[in-house]
Design a protein around this ligand. Structure first.
Ligand code: FES
Ligand code: FE2
Length: 416
């Protein structure tokens, strides 16, 4: 990864050419049929679901409610497996607890028993059932790992290429040491809004001066992501240039993939950027919050920022990684799950403090939720008409282009 020229970095933040793109209309925001198609679209993407460190022993499993499905993830002696949480007999939920350790899955309805690979091993009073293993197998879905992060794909025959996602994310995820990390803390919120309104918010910082005063005080990027005032833009570019040179001298990566590409099957944005001149991390006045992670041997005052597909956003300074995962619940409700990762050797209370670690993004997300819910409420009016995205909302606009192109490709019937 190498330094970009100043004009190209300016253009990547504030593109001169951007088509006029309207935001979402009522049909896109409120139709249940649209929502069903969206679940198929999102299920065909590789979505982050959990970290390998959540499964220590063979037989450890967790049940995740995601994209309107209940999904079992289990660690087997052959790696991770993922099943939809229903029994192949008459559809009962198979795992009734959220997590645990099992040698086999026993259905609570009539005691059909499946091994960890999803094969039926025993069906009371139905000895021939095990003669046709394929017929009675649990419904499996695809699961893959990128540097310790588990990604699932729900549309088995219609998945985008996993290697494209892996190739984009793995190099900077490896620098971050995500494989050798652990989840320090996790929490979730419900947003009373269509999921695309949350995506819209996450993909732009046009709203930052009005909604995130702490962020704008602490960090340099709003000087270019939240305003087109020339002297502020130049201030960012100055810091960015100095930071890029210094970071390269340290041997740390710079650059990356900037800007959503509306033409690909799954977009991945991942790049390094300065926090601010003296800011190591997201603590008070830019203080560090945890021991260095991964290959970083010193603080470089930068972060790795980005998105993978519509539902995952991440922000990773040198000492921890923050991830936000969206989960559409219904046309008018979205869950957001927040994760904070630290190096696996870091000890809570000694090396990091949960309140301090989570404060910055938790505050920011709560401010975002207020803004998103206001937009959701206002746009329910019968008089509402979509407005157009500005150049400071370029990735929201590009996401809308991606979304409309992909939705046009999906059949009306949910893919089974
Ligand atoms: S529904 Fe599972 S054993 Fe009958
Ligand atoms: Fe925000």
């Amino acid at each position: 990864m190498k330094i970009q020229k100043e004009s190209s970095i300016m253009n990547s933040y504030q593109p001169k050419e951007l088509p006029v793109v309207p935001s979402y209309n009522n049909f896109e925001l409120q139709s249940v049929g649209t929502f069903e198609k969206e679940l198929s679209l999102l299920g065909s993407q590789w979505n982050f679901i959990d970290h390998v460190s959540s499964y220590k022993n063979v037989g450890d499993y967790k049940v995740h409610e995601f994209l309107d499905e209940s999904i079992i993830i289990v660690k087997t002696k052959n790696g991770f497996r993922s099943f939809i949480n229903f029994c192949s007999h008459r559809g009962s939920v198979l795992c009734t607890s959220a997590q645990g350790n099992k040698k086999s899955f026993v259905c609570p309805y009539h005691n059909w028993t499946f091994d960890l690979e999803g094969n039926l091993k025993h069906a009371p009073a139905f000895p021939t059932a095990t003669d046709s293993p394929e017929k009675h197998k649990l419904k499996s879905i695809q699961i893959n790992e990128i540097e310790g992060l588990l990604f699932v794909g729900l549309e088995n025959d219609h998945m985008v290429r996993f290697d494209d996602v892996k190739d984009a994310l793995a190099p900077l995820f490896a620098w971050q040491g995500l494989k050798e990390s652990k989840i320090a803390h996790k929490r979730s919120y419900r947003i009373k809004a269509n999921w695309k309104m949350a995506v819209d918010n996450f993909f732009e910082c046009y709203h930052c001066y009005a909604n995130h005063p702490e962020m704008c005080e602490l960090f340099i990027h709003p000087n270019i992501t939240a305003t087109d005032v020339a002297h502020k833009n130049m201030k960012f570019l100055d810091v960015w240039q100095t930071w890029t040179k210094a970071t390269q001298l340290l041997g740390h990566p710079t650059g990356g993939i900037e800007g959503i590409d509306p033409e690909v099957d799954q977009f991945n944005v991942i790049y390094r950027t300065p926090l601010n001149v003296d800011a190591k991390s997201y603590g008070k006045n830019g203080a560090a919050l945890a021991p260095l992670m991964g290959k970083y041997k010193t603080f470089d005052n930068g972060e790795t920022f980005g998105y993978s597909g519509a539902l995952l956003q991440f922000s990773m300074p040198n000492d921890h990684a923050y991830m936000a995962k969206l989960n559409p619940i219904s046309v008018n409700e979205t869950e957001i799950e927040l994760f904070w990762f630290v190096d696996k050797s870091a000890e809570e209370g000694i090396d990091y403090n949960i309140d301090e670690l989570t404060c910055f993004w938790d505050t920011t997300v709560q401010q975002d939720i207020v803004a998103i819910e206001r937009a959701a409420k206002g746009s329910k009016s019968k008089y509402y008409k979509p407005g157009n995205y500005t150049k400071l909302e370029k990735d929201s606009a590009r996401f809308a282009l991606w979304y409309r192109r992909k939705m046009a490709q999906i059949s009306d019937i949910r893919i089974i």
